[in-house]
Design a protein around this ligand. Sequence first.
Ligand SMILES: [Zn+2]
Length: 850
Amino acid sequence: MVATMSESTISRAECENRTQNIHDLSLQLHLDLHRAAEGDDFFPVHATWKFSSEASSTHLDYLGKLSELWINGQRQDPHAAHSEGRIHLENLRVGQVNEIEIQGLSRYSRTGQGLHRFHDGDDTYLYSHCEPSDARRIFPCFEQPDLKARVSLSISAPTTWRVFANANPLRQEDLDRGRRRTYFDSTPPLSSYLTAFAAGPYVGEQTTWHDQRSGNTIEVGVWCRHSMREYLDAEDFLTLTTGGLSWFCDLFDSAYPWQRYDSILVPEYNIGAMENPGLVTFTEKFIFRDDPTDAERAARANTVLHEMSHMWFGDYVTPQWWDDLWLKESFAEYMGSAASCATTQHTDAWVNFAGIRTAWAIEQDELSTTHPIAADIPDVDAARQNFDGITYAKGAAVLRQLVHFVGDDVFQEATRNYFRDHAYGTATFADFIHHLSEASGKDLGQWVYLWLQTTGVDQLTTTCEGSSVVIHNHGTPQRPHRLDLSVFHNYKGILQPLHRVDVELNGSETRIDTGLDSEQLEQSLLVVNDQAYSYCLAQPRAQDLALLDQSLSTIEDDLTRTVLWQQLWNLVRQGLLAPRHYVNMVSVHAWAERNATTLSTIVDNTRIAVEKYLAREHQDKVRRILARNLRDLLSEAVPGSDSQRIFLTGYISALGAVDAEDSPARLRALLDPAVLPDLARGPKLRWDIVCALRSLGVFGEAELAEEVQRDNTLNGKVRHLQATYCEPGRRKELLSRLTEPGELSNDELRAGLAAWNMPGAAAAEERTRVLGVENYLNHVSTWWETHPMEMANFIVRGLYPAEDQDGVAKVDQWLKTHPDIPRALQRALVESTDRARRAVMIQHAYPEGE
Ligand SMILES: [Zn+2]
């Protein structure tokens, strides 16, 4: 199977040309999905486009089979008109309305792109995902964000199904053979990437929300497949949704711009969620089959509110082209945290942001492929690669800095004006900055240039001179920062806040008089960017590090502690703090960490420290130490607490990596509900334990078969596949399944890659044996060409094998001699190589392992 047939990219230049010529678009669309359950690979599509044109020719984008085409009533030869994913439209009426009628057959997908179909037991379900350019897999369209159309949709489906779309259903018509056709209201102007459909025997709950500004009653629902219904806490979802809607409407001084608000949770989904107006899709990972930690609940709330803010940022006012992807994503990230603080019990959202999202941003910003927040995106393939830590997390961190710089009121006024001026239209970077400059009365040109149009993160260090602290900015260029400097006094081993000052940094040095005497200052802990208002790499001094070693967990403020954990991890990543040292600090201080997100992050980091940043000869010793330390932490954790759950997850992973005599027995004991009785173990934790046991080669096929009987669901089958291939000796077979086009769904592929990359010495040795660097490089182009891009990305990144200097050099050489590979493949390889290079650098910085 060649999956990439005629999937040529879509360029900015061709879209700009269409923008010039095409206006006043509307679409009538019918999707006939009634045979989806019967195994048909294709579904019939009937589309009628109306638009006025300033040119005699243009084209539509479509990746299905075109069977009929009429242009203004004239039948055309569909074969001649359709090539390379484009339907060429000739002899259009210039300056007049044109009507294009099309019939085609589109393919159900299994990759999470286009109209995805999955089966759960005897049930069949469908949902769509179109961003950035996969609407063309479902129906013929103008696949670019700025050609918005009013869409009138109808769907034929079995009468037993529910159907969903962006708009309200208007009426239904029963047809023969158990079919029903549902007609939806016409949408406001909608970009192709935001069209959304779902159909199947979905179940869920509904409520209504009253929009005070428009007077409308909005239906709000939450839906999932049947077998997940028992785990869906619908009430939590609905409360979060209605509370968020009221808050955003007040904040933006705007009525809700769409007709309804369904949330649908689906499996085999490639990303976290998608902001389709009126029909937001979420990964099913947000339905918790095990008791969730507060970190998991907070992440879900944040995502719900992130998507909701997109109803304005992105959907109501859409970036004109993918260059300004950050215009919607950075804002949604920022708003997700701001709204979490304002409307949920997760008032620590900025702590979580500082702990996770900023780390993501810095990691990405240190890769050689980093790019300015405001990027240059020549085509949609490049856009697809930019849904990354820069566009999302760095953009949001910089936006937090911008709001701190101009003030909340100014930011609010600017956003309100921005929505008012561009309602249901599109906008650019310059439009938003214009509104912000107007509201603030400041010329933001230089600020915008330094923060949004350059790359990298400023490194900040401190020195003391008398009663002053000098903050040195080593960045190029040196960006202005407004942030907090805090001084903590060491009182008998407890770090207590003594002094906090709000400072503006300009240039290479900023001197701050603290009013404290020099001796006191020398003995205190200095924390730069204490409240995480700015985006920077602040480096603690040697004496700060000594204080943190002793007393990090005595700091009261969650945000300060999280900022410091983050600074320590950055030191590890720069080769300035031994990974072993970091593991020790976690072992000493983690018991007291109250914030579940921060705790999860530091426990996860210990695994990376051992598996990636220690040379192989030192790993086993530290793996054992880590497993023992996590066992101690687990035994001391409050029964039933988040900490207990987080330590248990870390402990299971650590035990599976340690080939010690007692590991299997310790793991098996954890399967027994009588052990740690206050900690409810759902299917997820159970599968984690089974995978760890399989890694040790001590959990046979018969036992495994029993496990899948115990969890006979779609999720259970995916975890079963993972567990199967965790066993030593199965990686050769696994490799051929992972790389065979069409063999695995996206969820299965990810589970297979998780098995491939299990921690531990035996797994690492087997990976090297089965797939060395040369072998990988010989195949990587073929894998890329024969899989859709999302899947290809997982494969190329997930199987990346180089982990020493020699391997890195081989990939570098290969990249030099293969300059013509697709840009997105190149980016995947360069990023993986950068990460491997960093790991090698850290390993060499500590040749003795500590
Ligand atoms: Zn988003």
